[in-house]
Design a protein around this ligand. Sequence first.
Ligand code: PMP
Length: 437
Amino acid sequence: LAYAAAAKSEEQTKRQRYFAGNLSLTYSEPVMVLRGWCHHLFDEWGRVYLDAYNNVPHVGHAHPRIQNVAAEQLKRINSNTRYLHPAQTAFAEKILSKLPASFEVCFFVNSGSEANELALRLARAHTGDKGMITPDHGYHGNTTGAIDISAYKFAKPGGVGQADWVELVDVADDYRGRFGRNDPDRAQQFANLVDPAIAALKTKGHGVAGFIAETFPSVGGQIIPPDGYLPKVYEKIRAAGGVCIADEVQTGLGRLGEYYFGFEQQGAVPDVVVLGKPIGNGHPIGVVVTTRHIAEAFDNGIEFFSTFGGSTLSCRIGKEVLDIVDAENLQNNAKRMGDRLMTQLRDIEQRFDTVGDVRGMGLFVGVELINPDGSESPEICAYVKNRMRDHRILIGSEGPKDNILKIRPPLTIQADDIDMIAATLEKILAEVELWQS
Ligand code: PMP
């Protein structure tokens, strides 16, 4: 046991020695995880944690089918897209089978950031323009181009600032935004903000290359845009000649329960869909899917190649993840478990003034914590998140003011786990009430 404690503190010391300070750790008492299984994690003492935070192990940590397919493929061959291998087209066919018929072409890369970079290039190749419109507080990745379209990064103190080819629109947050849930026209009102953004780009000499958004903004605070918002935006973008990019890294692949992709819920069909994180279940995979027409504009004589993107191993793993979602009915589980969680959270919302809003769909859930005056409370949020961690339930926090609890477990989560999350949250909110009184 002493060894376990020493191992953790040694790890913390070495981390400070070898890595930059902005490589952050979650929780005031960091967690060291040495094993994972399904939606559970095990620390240096072998203690179990409920993982209700990590959306990457989509089909569960250490899934035996992923272990097997990876081991089997590594024993045979792991090469690149310059050689033929049936795993490449099998993965593409599986992805395309989940998308509307207008999607015909897949590009394989290594991460969500890279996929968004490529989506930008596709939009520019197709339109010959550079200007991009994107909701405020969005996140699309850590590369130079992805940061330029990620207000969550460029607009922060120390950030690179807003490029002149980027225009921001309000995130369609009808809890805290400028058009509220009592306004039946809020979807149109939020969408109308795209008009001045298009005009602003034109004033600066930029045509509209496109619009990019996380379909349901996550770092913006687990936002579910009002029904019909996205089609209205897409209509305006297309009228201006732009390409509509849906970043489905967080919302895709069945997490929303009722919908395989977020854009389906909105009744919109994008021109480019970006996939990442969960599609590899921990293995680095990014995918861009688009129309034949856009892919042809990009096919201008310059080769597209990614050394590891579309590797034999990645294609085998990616397809296996999608197959497991189907075989284990995980989309349906996301719906049932998400509904169960939302019912309990809505009940909690009624009883605790600190809960300003509960929103979610499937296993994409946010709980907004507020002060008595209705303002955002990052303090309460940090307290709750860390107390949940003390109870060995891992959840995150999010939002421009970091006051929204983010619950986003692997799709394997079960009813007992959901009930434990709700019961523990309730206990901790009662503690908050005590120290508030
Ligand atoms: N898009 C979204 C919506 C994301 O959440 C993320 C990662 N959090 C990315 C893109 C970037 O993906 P990666 O970290 O794999 O580059």
